[in-house]
Design a protein around this ligand. Structure first.
Ligand SMILES: Nc1ncnc2c1ncn2[C@@H]1O[C@H](COP(=O)(O)OP(=O)(O)OP(=O)(O)O)[C@@H](O)[C@H]1O
Ligand SMILES: [Mg+2]
Length: 340
């Protein structure tokens, strides 16, 4: 496993290598292109090749979600989906991975930690003012069982919605004792989170959707989780700003939560037709190594239109490439063992 220090160094290296030229003049950030990649032979299990991806897709489609149910982890895995950059696919990945994991037989809880409430909308969970929500969990100390709602569509999936009240929580929490530990406290108090002793009804995955900032809400998530999942959009400037996120994770690890670990990187909105996307994906793989999931999420209209039907793409169009990719990513996540 690549350490956070190594990742940080690698990100620094690529940014400095590609933002200056021989004369010391700044040059635009440059990613490797498909032409650069052609110089190195692709490994046989590389799902970035069209053929390999087509085979994977047809296998996934033929097997169907249920038949591929994956084993439950030994204890609840708390994963925080974070990237302070806006619009990189945090919410889309949270809701679709959660739905996919539930379809693979897991018990999943989504915690919407973004006052925008996009994850709640996509999962068709009421989140008007007054609905028991993440705000009550964090600020009022409400028990998890009082704020989690079952998904109307997907068995095995529960959601703690975010209402607009959460927008004030960032400020209200400043004066609260142990303000960065509120989510940890709430999760620790839940009888449904833990190892086998928590019983069969326990959650296997808690997935936290963060807002696009590194404020107190995101900090609460980083303190409560063991794993960070970073979605990276396959676009120009993909790695920019990641240094700051990695530094924050390292700071939390040193001072607040020694168990935290960047376990998963997911490349999103991948457009296989462009050299740029292939270049970015390769760059991400080069700098983060084994944390990067083999499955990349393609840019797809079905993925982006599903929330307007209050659905995930997993139910809206289960056979579409976006749904199959999220299913593949969920399967990979499930297969990865986590250090206790
Ligand atoms: N694979 C995809 N294909 C096409 N569109 C996508 C895909 N993934 C995400 N999008 C679209 O990109 C936009 C941003 O995605 P999303 O809301 O998931 O990002 P985010 O990181 O949660 O944003 P924010 O930082 O505002 O919370 C949305 O309109 C979403 O529908
Ligand atoms: Mg979001």
């Amino acid at each position: 496993m690549v350490s956070i220090h190594t990742m940080r160094q690698r990100v620094d290296d690529v940014v400095s290598r590609e933002t200056g030229n021989e004369n010391g003049a700044p040059a635009p950030y440059r990613v490797r292109t498909a032409a650069d990649l052609a110089e190195t032979a692709a490994p046989s299990d590389d799902l970035t090749t069209p053929l390999a991806r087509a085979v994977e897709t047809s296998l996934l489609a033929r097997d169907g979600a249920r038949r591929m149910a994956i084993p439950r982890p030994d204890a609840t895995r708390v994963m925080v989906v974070a990237n302070q950059k806006g619009g990189v696919g945090k919410t889309t990945s949270t809701v679709n991975l959660a739905a996919a994991l539930a379809q693979l037989g897991q018990h999943v809880l989504v915690i919407d930690l973004d006052p925008q409430g996009n994850a709640s909308t996509a999962l068709d969970i009421a989140h008007h003012r007054g609905t028991p929500s993440t705000y009550d969990l964090l600020v009022e100390g409400a028990p998890l069982a009082d704020v989690a709602q079952p998904s109307p569509e997907i068995e095995g999936l529960h959601v703690v919605p975010a209402t607009i009240d959460l927008a004030g929580a960032e400020i209200e929490l400043v004066s609260v004792v142990a303000r960065e530990n509120r989510l940890t406290k709430a999760l620790n108090a839940s009888p449904l989170i833990g190892d086998a002793s928590a019983g069969d009804g326990r959650y296997d995955y808690v997935i936290v959707d963060c807002p696009p900032s590194l404020g107190l809400l995101t900090l609460n998530a980083l303190v409560a989780a063991k794993e960070v999942l970073i979605p990276i959009q396959a676009e120009y400037y993909a790695l920019e700003g990641l240094g700051q996120l990695i530094e924050t994770v390292e700071m939390v690890r040193q001072h607040l939560n020694p168990n935290l670990n960047i376990s998963t990187i997911l490349v999103t909105m991948y457009d296989g037709r462009t050299r740029l996307a292939a270049g970015v994906a390769e760059e991400v793989r080069e700098h983060f190594g084994p944390q990067v999931l083999k499955t990349m999420i393609p840019r797809s209209v079905r993925v982006s239109e599903a929330p307007s039907y209050a659905q995930t793409v997993m139910t809206y169009d289960p056979g579409s490439p976006g749904a199959l990719a999220y299913l593949g990513a969920a399967r990979e996540i499930g297969q990865r063992s986590v250090k206790a």
